[in-house]
Design a protein around this ligand. Structure first.
Ligand code: FAD
Length: 380
């Protein structure tokens, strides 16, 4: 975020996160990429420092501060070093609001302390092999039986899928009722019938675990239903703006980092007897990227301020998400090009950023779906 958006407290927090990232993440991230997932220990370290569940009330182990700037700072610091295996944003930005806004006091007492300490890693499972953008096509069912729901189905592409101890699953509890028949159920690690499938092989984000999940007659207690049964669609709609804002913040941070690295490269790489940055074409490329990034940064920072003021609606979040991730996609492509052959080598940070962050226009609702949301609001 821009300096002007931050108070001294934010800056102190940023320094603390930066130190944590340098000590606890950077030395291990290559190894986690080879292993295909991060070590649980890093979650516990983050929990100890108060980086998980910042907005969770103090009585449940959080800091009790509802200010999205803190979450954005964590994402930026993680992105600055290309540590895309860290799934804190999914936990903090995406899952936390469900537990904060929908959980009963009893559920909060059960789950939030572990959520904040890093003992309980979370995930949310909406997507299925046959249902991504079109969530009304969800086939996973949860049939009420006594004081349980019997859950059957499969989910795919689930972030933190292997490590997760708690998974919020979107399932159909009332057949034939379209979007009004979906509910949110919290599935816990050891519930019989809950298994994980393949840890999926992605083109990037090698350390981020992304998995298939299977539910075979899993008996989920009714006490694990989150929010109102049959109202999952409304609950998702309420929480997706924050998820999308988080992705926008991530995207701008990724692009800014790659741009800074590329600028440095263009100053030092020599061709035809001069730094490549001295060629007018390259200068113009850099000038255009600097401008687009400024615009995106200003827009996303404003969206964060609007969100903190309770004014970020679904349309504004959709605009921030598609715009920021599209700028990121274009900037990263140009950064790769300006690095020449080195831009195609895995060891070059912009190459890694290019593949790791390509997912931003895809997940959290594709950018095409974002434009649908904006277009519908225009009445067309
Ligand atoms: C790394 C990764 C992590 C993920 N993490 C999670 C997670 O934690 N939890 C979770 O539930 N999901 C997760 N997802 C899933 C992600 O949200 C979906 O992949 C995404 O919503 C798109 O759904 P789909 O893959 O089924 O594509 P589809 O919906 O099949 O879309 C295919 C193409 O068609 C386009 N399209 C579809 N409908 C329309 C339309 N109406 N108008 C115009 N174009 C349209 C899409 O924009 C896209 O370009 C993750 C995905 C990835 C890759």
């Amino acid at each position: 975020m821009r300096e002007s958006e931050l108070t001294q407290e934010h800056r102190d927090f940023q320094a603390m996160v930066r130190d944590f990232v340098e000590r606890e993440i950077v030395p291990h991230h290559d190894g986690w990429e080879r292993a295909g997932l991060v070590d649980r220990e890093v979650w516990r370290h983050a929990g100890k420092l108060g980086l998980l569940g910042i907005d969770v009330p103090e009585e449940y182990g959080g800091a009790g501060v509802r200010d999205f700037r803190y979450q954005a700072i964590i994402s930026e610091e993680v992105m600055r070093v290309g540590a895309t295996g860290i799934g804190f944003a999914l936990h903090n930005d995406v899952v936390a609001p469900y537990l904060l806004d929908l959980a009963t006091d009893e559920q909060k007492r059960r789950w939030l302390p572990g959520f904040c300490s890093g003992e309980l890693i979370t995930a949310i499972a909406m997507t299925e092999p046959e249902a991504g953008s079109d969530l009304q096509a969800i086939r996973t069912t949860a049939r009420p039986e006594g004081d349980t729901y019997v859950l059957n189905g499969a989910k795919t592409f689930i972030t933190n899928g292997i490590l997760a101890d708690l998974v919020i699953v979107v399932a159909r509890t009332q057949p034939g009722r379209g979007s009004r028949g979906l509910s949110l159920l919290v599935v816990e690690r050891d519930m019989p019938g809950f298994t994980r499938g393949r840890k999926l092989e992605k083109i990037g984000m090698a350390a981020q675990d992304t998995a298939e999940l299977f539910f075979d007659d899993v008996r989920v207690p009714a006490a694990n239903v989150l929010g109102r049964p049959g109202r999952a669609f409304l609950h998702l709609a309420a929480n997706l703006p924050q998820e999308r804002l988080g992705i926008a913040a991530y995207a701008v941070a990724a692009a800014e980092t790659a741009f800074a690295q590329t600028l440095e490269y263009c100053r030092s790489r020599v061709a035809f007897g001069q730094p490549i940055g001295a060629f007018q074409h390259v200068r113009f490329e850099l000038a255009e990227m600097a401008t687009e990034l400024d615009v995106a940064r200003t827009y996303v920072d404003r969206a964060i301020a609007e969100h903190n003021a309770g004014r970020l609606d679904a349309v504004a979040a959709a605009k921030a998400k598609w715009w920021a991730t599209d700028v990121q996609r274009r900037v990263l492509d140009r950064c790769v090009q300006l690095h020449g052959g080195y831009g195609y080598m895995r060891e070059t940070p912009v190459a890694k950023a290019f593949v790791d962050n390509r997912v931003h226009p895809i997940y959290g609702g594709t950018n095409e779906i974002m434009k649908e949301i904006i277009g519908r609001d225009l009445g067309v």
